[in-house]
Design a protein around this ligand. Structure first.
Ligand SMILES: NC(=O)C1=CN([C@@H]2O[C@H](COP(=O)(O)OP(=O)(O)OC[C@H]3O[C@@H](n4cnc5c(N)ncnc54)[C@H](O)[C@@H]3O)[C@@H](O)[C@H]2O)C=CC1
Ligand SMILES: O=C(O)[C@@H]1CCC=N1
Length: 273
């Protein structure tokens, strides 16, 4: 008996057009001609219409998207993944690659809900994909080949950097780079508040801090120096910076950051159960 031929498809379906779904779509459509190959599947019709209007992508239901697209990118909340996979499973065949960005959810749980042998790649992206400065970290499921990983990497490298890790490291990755942008935004927000306390206009305080964050991030990336060296270069003997650093240490900011990131890791593990 010969099995039915696997359909040849191209294209990407983003299932779940929320915050990260939009960040990925917005970056991916910047490639010339890409928008016509991108489909969104969104539970909310209003949200679907918004994404179609903003990015020129198509909106289809799950069956239509699975028929049209090779890569099915699952971007719903971890709590909604099981319900979604139950709806998706009847439409998945060996010609598909399923990519999940759901925090914490192991590839084994996704594979168990889909036809036996389905190729699954777990990815932790982050929202700076919106500006092509994303950090996406990939892990292969049991049936994903190096070619599947290459395919997922090619997709995500359009919106920033890509790394590969064993899946056992994904909860830590989620806590660092997945949630990471929020920590920096929080820090920036607090620093702007400090400017307000010191009597600066809010717009000036924001301009000073955003440019300082950008400059510091660029130095971290490009100087080849360790963060400690860069911080020491700012910290003049008997000066202003050491007065601030002493307060940061006195308030346990280093320990607070470590504890916060550990809490994010633990929540990722919990979401995966
Ligand atoms: N927001 C972020 O920075 C990141 C989020 N993630 C992961 O991405 C996933 C989505 O997160 P967000 O975008 O923040 O959530 P969100 O709540 O903004 O978006 C989820 C979207 O999925 C849609 N949806 C739910 N069930 C659906 C279904 N059955 N069919 C079609 N659409 C459906 C919802 O209407 C909503 O628009 C989560 O699993 C999260 O762990 C991963 C990395 C970063
Ligand atoms: O907060 C969350 O659960 C998601 C996963 C990583 C970033 N946002």
């Amino acid at each position: 008996m010969t099995s039915a031929p696997t359909p040849q498809r191209s294209g990407l379906a983003v299932v779940g057009g929320g915050k990260i779904g939009e960040a990925l779509v917005s970056g991916l459509v910047r490639r010339p001609g890409a928008a016509e190959g991108i489909v969104v599947v969104e539970r909310s019709p209003e949200r679907a219409a918004q994404l179609v209007q903003r990015y020129g992508v198509r909106s289809l239901d799950l069956a239509g998207a699975a028929a049209a697209c090779r890569v099915l990118l699952v971007a719903v909340k971890p709590q909604d993944v099981d319900a979604l996979l139950a709806l998706l499973a009847p439409h998945v065949d060996p010609g598909h690659l399923v990519v999940s960005v759901a925090a914490g959810v192991p590839t084994a749980r996704i594979e168990a809900a889909l036809p036996t042998g389905t190729a699954v790649v777990r990815v932790m992206p982050n929202t700076p994909a919106l500006v092509d400065e994303g950090m996406s970290v990939l892990s292969a499921g049991a049936h994903a080949t190096p070619e599947h990983l290459d395919e997922a990497e090619a997709l995500l490298s359009a919106v920033g950097q890509v790394r590969r890790v064993p899946e056992s490291q994904q909860d830590a990755v989620t806590a660092l780079s997945g949630s990471g942008p929020a920590y920096f935004f929080f820090l920036v927000e607090a620093m702007i508040d400090a400017g307000i306390l010191l009597g600066l206009p809010r717009t000036l305080a924001a301009d000073l801090i955003v440019q300082t964050a950008l400059g510091a991030a660029t130095m971290l990336r490009d100087s080849g120096e360790h963060p400690v060296q860069l911080r020491e270069a700012v910290t003049s003997p008997g000066g202003t910076t050491i007065a601030a650093i002493r307060e940061l240490e006195r308030h346990g900011v280093r320990a607070a950051l470590i504890a916060a990131i550990e809490a994010a890791h633990d929540r990722s593990v919990e979401l995966g159960r």
